[in-house]
Each structure stands twice: as C-alpha cells, then as structure tokens.
Design a binder for this molecule. Structure first.
Ligand SMILES: Nc1ncnc2c1ncn2[C@@H]1O[C@H](COP(=O)(O)OP(=O)(O)OP(=O)(O)O)[C@@H](O)[C@H]1O
Ligand SMILES: [Mg+2]
Length: 374
C-alpha cells in the first residue's frame, strides 16, 4: 500500500464532542496530521439525548431529521479539519465515520446497532468517499459488533515479546489484551465516564468531573459498590458489549434506592469511579504477568480514576497511549480512519476472538460521493 490520507470521525457515548482526525497511513504506521473537535450544538444534543433516553417514545420522523442534521454536523467537522490542515478534499482517500450510537442492542432475536449521521449527506457535503455502518455486518455474523477498536490496537500497538493491554475509557470502557502469542481478546468492561458524567450533571450541573477532583473528596460506599457490581453484565463471559441502554441514570437510581441509608453525593461519585476501575482491573486479573497497560479516551485525564487503577494493579506499569505513539484523546477517531482504510482495501477489520462473529470480514458500507450529471 502507498501513503494515503484518511479522516476518522467519532462521537462516542459521552457525546462530549465530534472528534475529527486526519491520518496519514503507510504499510505499518500512521501519523496524525491534524485534529479538530466540534462541540455538539446544545439543541441537537438535547434532542439526541431525548432520542436515546426515551427510545420507546421517539418519533420516526425525528430520527430521520437527526440522521440528516448529524450528517451535516459530521461533514462540517471534516471540512473544518481539512481547512485547518490546508488539505483539499480530493487528497483524502476516504472518511471513516462511526456516527452517533442511539441504540446498541447486539443480543436477542433481532440484534442491531444504530448510528445516526447520514453517510450519504457526509459524502455529498465533503465530496469524499465515506465508510460507515461498521457494526452491523459483524452483528449479522452473530457477533457483538463491538468493541471494534481491538483490531486497530493490534495493528498499532502489537508487540511480539510481551502481553500488553489497552483500556479505552470513553462513555463505556473497553479493554483490549494483545497477547504475546498473537491472540487478541477484549470486551466492554462496563461504564467508563457515562455514570460519572450523569451524576455530577444532576448534582452540580457540570458536564464532567474535571480530573475526578469531586470523586476524590468522597468515600467508597461498600453497599452501593456491592449492589452495582452484582449486575449480571459484569459476570457474563465475553464476548459482550454494552451501552447507555443498560448503564444509565435509571440503573444508578435503582441501586441508590436500595441502600439502607442515604449516601452523600460525593460518595456516590467516588463509588462510581471505583466501579469503573474495578471492572477494568477484573478484566486484567487473569493476566498476572501483565506488565504494561496503556490508557486512552477521556478517562485518562481523570486522576482519581487513574489512581484507583494504580492501586488495583500494583504490578502493572500504567501508561497512556502517548507512550506508544498516539495521543489518548484521538485513538478512537484514528481507529475509525483505519477501519475505513481496511474497508477500501478489502482487508478484514473485525476480530471474531473479540466480537464472537462467525467470520473475519471487512466492515462498513461504502458511500461514494455522487457523480453530478448536467
Ligand atoms: N480533564 C478531564 N477530567 C476528567 N474527565 C475527563 C477529562 N477530560 C475528559 N474527561 C472525560 O472523558 C469523557 C470523554 O471521553 P471520550 O471522548 O474518550 O469518550 P466518548 O466520546 O464517549 O468515546 P467512546 O465511548 O467512543 O470511547 C468526558 O465526557 C469526561 O467524562
Ligand atoms: Mg468523545
């Protein structure tokens, strides 16, 4: 393969921003050329949250409108990125657009995962080929459709002499284990930042707990931790993936209501931080010889969460992916640029050992920019 430019567009379950990254790939390495972040407009964010939180009442026409409007917002982020980089659209081979997940339901008789942000609109607005809908082919093959980033982690961070682990702490946290023998395993461990964000928003009107400073003032409530950690998701064997359908305010309120005595709000925050760290540590305890764990995602900036991880994994060096060459804030967006590249070159991009799919395939639908006829 020759050198090529791709764009990765990502907005995760935290819905904190649209992340856009311009990446140059050659055969076995990638370089971030430019990054760009757009906040979600307040009104769009309100409607998105309503769509997710009141999924059983949402109007199909509203879903259509959101699909289009999010497509425009993703296209604007891509164009803002290219403007900042002074790179013209024809120089880019393709955009990998994850979309905004509004439903992730990979289990049951009619499994599906729905991301909004119309790729056709992005292709029209940018005049660049778009690869999108990365999850549903894996789901159709019996897989979870998630997590999808471990294949990229193997490509970018794999090392033949030692086991390595990566944890992405976004809205949901997911762990990848790159075994020295070449196997790759991993799964969603459970909540990352989503419950922490939701609780501080309700208690203090802030969108996140900067550096985990508020959580650090609280004490872990053993009863609450025990009740939350008993959720069957945590003991279910992989492959598994999850989302806001399970780990949401209703889930947290149910556990708080079951407590024998009220817990101060900062103790709830500390307990949520402990829960996130505990489930990540549990995913790694089967590897007592693990020496290096690299953290990425916004949770890497949460010092309270990081210090809990240090305490739970005393024999493991805890790094961020910066130490392995990629800024933790951009790993997910770079991964979707890589997934687009795999699709364009018809290379496999899911890992059955992670998702449980029956086959390894090239994921994503390809949307070519329209050819204009006079
Ligand atoms: N300085 C910080 N201190 C504490 N938490 C932070 C800080 N910066 C970011 N975060 C947390 O990280 C979150 C954003 O992380 P990220 O963008 O990786 O998640 P995401 O968009 O949900 O991605 P995904 O779920 O796909 O991994 C914020 O909502 C916030 O909770
Ligand atoms: Mg984000």
């Amino acid at each position: 393969m020759t050198r090529e430019l791709y764009i990765g567009l990502m907005s995760g379950t935290s819905m904190d921003s649209i992340d856009a990254v311009l990446v140059e790939f050659d055969d076995d390495a990638c370089t971030i050329m430019q990054t760009h972040s757009d906040p979600w407009p307040d009104e769009l964010l309100r409607r998105l949250r309503q769509c997710i939180e009141q999924a059983d009442r949402v109007d199909i026409a509203e879903i259509g409108r959101l699909h289009h409007e999010l497509g425009r917002a993703f296209a604007d982020a891509a164009l803002g990125l290219l403007g900042a980089a002074h790179v013209p659209p024809p120089a880019v081979t393709a955009i990998g657009s994850h979309g905004q997940t509004v439903l992730h339901a990979p289990d049951g008789r009619a499994p599906c995962s729905i991301q909004l942000g119309d790729p056709g609109t992005i292709a029209v607005e940018t005049a660049i080929t778009v690869v999108a809908d990365f999850r549903n082919a894996d789901i159709a093959l019996g897989g979870q459709g998630a997590p999808l980033v471990p294949a990229f982690h193997r490509w970018a961070f794999g090392h033949e002499e030692e086991d390595r682990a990566i944890v992405n702490i976004g809205g949901i946290a997911n762990v990848t284990i790159l075994h020295a023998d070449g196997r790759t395993t991993g799964y969603d461990t459970g909540p990352g930042n989503t419950l922490l964000n939701g609780w501080i928003a309700r208690q203090q009107g802030r969108s996140f707990d900067a550096a985990g400073a508020w959580a650090a003032t609280g004490r872990v409530n053993g009863a609450l931790l025990g009740a939350m950690a008993a959720d069957p998701y945590f003991s279910r064997p992989p492959p598994k993936s999850t989302g806001l359908e399970l780990f949401n305010a209703t889930w947290l309120d149910r556990h708080i209501a079951s407590l024998p005595a009220a817990a101060p709000p900062e103790d709830v925050q500390a307990t949520l931080s402990e829960l996130t760290a505990l489930q990540i540590a549990n995913a790694l305890c089967a590897l007592p010889g693990l020496q290096q764990l690299a953290v990425c995602g916004g949770g890497a900036a949460n010092h309270d969460l990081m210090s809990r991880l240090h305490l739970m994994l005393p024999h493991c060096r805890i790094l961020t992916t910066t130490d392995w060459g990629i800024d933790p804030a951009w790993v997910e967006a770079v991964a979707f640029a890589w997934l687009a590249r795999q699709r364009i070159h018809a290379q496999p991009s899911n890992l059955p050992s992670v998702t449980g799919a029956a086959a390894s395939v090239s994921l994503g639908g390809v949307y070519l920019p329209p050819v204009r006829h006079r």
